[in-house]
Design a protein. Structure first.
Length: 269
């Protein structure tokens, strides 16, 4: 009967060097070699799995940062939209409060339209010469103060802060003139705008003035075109230097004041 072949218990490694006469011989048990091989393969698998997991976590972190940034921009846009709606509601409230005060000052006809605010319509051809002169005096065509435009009108973006008027840079104390005849709707202090004036001019026009050093007219006071109504300043939380923030609203919507200032001339000191 043939002899059963014995399994090798050791594996020998012989290293022969040119500088050494005697070769070096190492022996290692076969089970230890197998164990080391298994451990090496396991370690390699763990390293590969670790890199794959790290890459996945890193990708998720980048995606999370992107989503957080988009969410921040969206929240900022929603706050800006809410702020604009709040300003429109405030103006609508002022219009209602002054409805009786404006009657007899200018002749206007109100018509119900799809807009959320009351708009004004009139037939210019049917107005008498006196009423026509009144109409032109009620268009805010004068530049309200001497200075240069440091920032223009920009209401087109929701990502950046909208700028619903123009900033006219001028030294503190520079006279601010009424760009048209009107009635003062608001004269007081706000946190962001400092000393603020809002004037209703009829025919759907309203103007707003922020950061005044001092308001020179009171609520419900009638003002004439070219009359000094305030002094430029640097009041309020949102300001970076002495200037006048000037807005024109037409039928409940902000319009570019530069368009109307081109129709008139600068306010005289």
């Amino acid at each position: 009967m043939a002899r059963k072949k014995q399994k090798a218990k050791y594996l020998s490694f012989i290293i022969v060097s040119e500088n050494q006469v005697e070769p070096k011989n190492w022996r290692i048990r076969t089970w230890l070699l197998k164990l080391l091989s298994v451990l090496g393969i396991t370690l390699l698998i763990l390293i590969i799995a670790g890199f794959a997991s790290y890459w996945k976590v890193a990708s998720m972190a980048l995606e999370n940062n992107r989503l957080q940034e988009e969410n921040f921009k969206l929240q900022k846009s929603l706050k800006q939209v809410a702020k604009i709606k709040e300003e429109l509601s405030l103006i609508k409230g002022f219009e209602k409060q002054l409805k009786s005060s404006l009657s007899g000052y200018v002749t206007i006809e109100k018509n119900t339209v799809s807009d959320s605010l009351n708009q004004v319509q009139f037939d210019f051809a049917k107005l008498s010469p006196e009423k026509r002169r009144s109409f032109f005096r009620n268009i805010p065509s004068l530049q309200p103060t001497e200075g240069f435009i440091a920032r223009g009108f920009d209401a087109s973006t929701l990502i950046d802060e909208p700028h619903l008027g123009i900033d006219i840079a001028a030294p503190s104390g520079t006279p601010v003139k009424a760009p048209a005849d009107g009635v003062v709707m608001f004269s007081g202090w706000t946190v962001e705008g400092g000393n603020v004036l809002i004037i209703s001019h009829g025919f759907g026009f309203m103007t707003l003035y922020k950061h005044n050093e001092r308001n020179l007219v009171n609520r419900l006071e009638r003002v004439q075109k070219g009359q000094t109504i305030a002094l430029t300043g640097n009041t309020g939380k949102i300001t970076s230097g002495p200037h006048l923030h000037y807005e024109i609203w037409k039928n409940g919507r902000p319009v570019n004041p530069a368009t109307y200032m081109n129709q008139g001339s600068k306010a005289k000191s």
